[in-house]
Design a protein around this ligand. Structure first.
Ligand code: HEM
Length: 553
């Protein structure tokens, strides 16, 4: 045993702390003790040096090393997070908005893998570093999903929803997550696959009519209808009538939930003060929230009570007519059910989280298939080779067996990740990978789009290349280098459903239609929306009359 004094390199000598080193233990134990003592989130990046002895990378060197011993994190001196200083009051708002994706990319290039902005009084940290993402998503002692006034979900926070809009330490999260997750398990999703096929078949009627008229259509608008049709059925066993005709209106619930995401984006990009204003977007958001709640309560009341038999969780996922029915009947092994007070809010979140994301992903899938040459033909050939026809009854086994479709979806989610940018909050002052000092209560946005496009992580990130997924480098990537559904305890619980839906619907669309992009203007992604969706993407979908022959081998 030897006792030594340690301090962060560059910190005042008065901050040094004594640590006892057991020289029999591995080096990693010392890193761990130092991490605990200095609130460093990840111990493996810690290294030591003194001016006199240089780097100390072996425990044998510590016996005679001069104190205090300096600590570096990932080779860096611990420092504050940089960022633009901005203007009075507005802060960096005009440096970031409206093109937040493009401007955040510029700020990563300028400041490195962690930066902070203060926009209209709201301070936010951003990272494109998988190591930082791992620590924040991990929700260990230092980080958690805690929706404080700097968090982008603050305007729609709802502890009764349990999932998505509530804090991890809320009792509701624990309960709702435990009940809801099995309803979206691979086994449960299998049970919902015929509904996904039915959604695509309903839409065919409308796309055939467009084709007959020789008309182009806006992809996002129809994928929005498609995604919500699938989720309306899944969550509420409701037919939204989105494909009764070409111009069928959006169901009120779907329209209002979509509007809320726009309003929340407006409110959350301003300071907290703005959310309390009794006019404009904050007022509209409050009214909309009340309206949506009423619509969901009505829809829930229509489902519950029709079949009251309680079911064990595992059976309920397979026997229930929809998520609401499941939540009303599922009983755990102690005989407990999910309290009714969470039911309608948890359902609303499932609807919202479920359709806007899948609508964007379906849109980016079609965008990629028509924009990157060869991919549409390659997918069609794969469908033919695997025996798909117009009469195919889709099953998860078939959908999961298509290798090109699998890597295609991954590449679309990498380059055109649609998802909302998740935030995690520091529970204490903490030093994160890269050596950045983060104060307690700071909100870190794990910038999924920028992690997926980070040139330090991905070769030629701007290149659309599904085959990269078959390379060793990508297969052995850092575990949080690809996080379309986030990671850790608060990651997406609907990802099985989403992927299955996209596999079935895209396959059915590509088998039936030849898609062509209409117009050559650059794609706009709608910076005023909470998710990344292509705004001005139009296609002609021409009904196929012939298909390629089966490949010979
Ligand atoms: C392409 C489709 C989807 C994407 C990209 C996506 C992405 C995400 C992401 C990034 C999160 C984490 C949010 C955060 O940490 O703040 C999340 C959470 C969540 N997602 Fe998804 N999602 C998709 C589809 C779905 C579907 C279809 C459902 C339900 C049917 C769903 C239900 C949820 C729920 C309930 C949560 C919250 C989990 C919790 O709070 O513990 N998602 N999703």
């Amino acid at each position: 045993m030897v006792k030594k004094s340690f301090m962060l390199v560059g910190a005042p000598a008065s901050s040094a702390k004594e640590i006892e080193i057991d020289l029999q233990n591995p080096f990693e134990y010392l890193q761990y003790d130092v991490a605990q003592t200095f609130a460093i989130a990840q111990s493996k990046g810690i290294s030591f040096q003194t001016e006199k002895d240089g780097a100390l990378d072996d425990l044998d060197n510590f016996t005679d090393a001069t104190s205090p011993i300096g600590i570096l994190v990932d080779g860096n001196q611990v420092r504050d997070v940089p960022g633009p200083s901005g203007l009075p009051i507005a802060g960096s708002y005009y440096e970031v908005y409206p093109d937040h994706l493009g401007n955040h990319q510029r700020l990563f290039e300028q400041y490195g893998s962690v930066f902070k902005t203060t926009d209209m009084g709201r301070t936010t940290y951003y990272t494109n570093d998988p190591k930082v993402a791992e620590v924040c998503f991990g929700e260990g002692g230092f980080w958690s999903k805690k929706i404080n006034s700097d968090h982008p979900l603050y305007g729609i926070k709802d502890q009764n929803a349990g999932v998505f809009l509530s804090d991890t330490d809320a009792e509701s999260w624990n309960i709702v997550h435990r009940f809801l997750a099995p309803a979206l398990s691979p086994k449960a999703v299998r049970h919902y696959t015929p509904q996904m096929q039915n959604t695509a078949e309903q839409a065919f009627k409308v796309f055939d009519e467009f084709d007959k008229e020789g008309e182009a259509w806006n992809v996002y608008q129809y994928m929005f209808k498609m995604g919500s049709t699938a989720i309306g059925k899944l969550a509420l066993n409701m037919d939204l009538h989105h494909f009764d005709s070409i111009n069928a209106p959006l169901h009120d619930l779907v329209r209002t939930v979509g509007e809320n995401l726009e309003l929340n984006k407006k409110v959350s990009t301003m300071g907290d003060w703005y959310s309390h204003m009794p006019w404009g977007a904050p007022k509209q958001l409050k009214q909309n929230k009340a309206h949506v709640k009423q619509l969901v309560d009505e829809a829930v009341a229509n489902v519950v009570g029709k079949d009251t038999e309680d079911l064990p969780i595992a059976d309920a996922a397979l026997k229930a007519s929809c998520i609401v029915d499941y939540l009303a009947r599922a009983t755990d092994d102690k005989g407990n059910k999910m309290p009714e007070k969470y039911r309608s809010d948890a359902t609303l979140v499932t609807v919202g989280a479920g359709f806007i994301t899948t609508a964007s992903l379906l849109s980016w899938m079609l965008f990629s298939l028509v924009s990157y040459p060869g991919n549409q033909q390659r997918l069609l050939q794969e469908l033919v080779d695997y025996g798909v026809t117009e009469d195919t009854e889709w099953t998860p086994d078939l959908a999961n067996s298509l290798p090109f479709l699998g890597i295609l979806i991954k590449e679309v989610q990498r380059l055109h990740n649609p998802s909302y940018q998740p935030g995690r909050t520091a529970l204490a002052d903490v030093i994160i990978p890269g050596g950045y000092r983060i104060p307690k209560d700071s909100v870190m946005i794990i910038a999924i789009h920028h992690i997926h496009n980070n040139a330090k992580v991905w070769d030629d990130p701007e290149k659309f290349d599904p085959d990269r997924w078959n390379t060793d480098k990508v297969q052995n990537r850092h575990k949080t280098a690809y996080v379309p559904f986030a990671a850790g305890p608060r990651m997406c619980i609907g990802f099985n459903f989403a992927l299955e839906e996209v596999r079935v619907i895209i396959s059915m669309l590509i088998y039936r239609y030849q898609f062509e992009k209409v117009g050559n203007e650059p794609m706009e992604y709608d910076p005023a929306f909470q998710l990344v969706r292509p705004n001005n993407f139009y296609v002609r979908a021409k009904k196929r009359t012939s298909w390629p022959k089966k490949s010979e081998n």
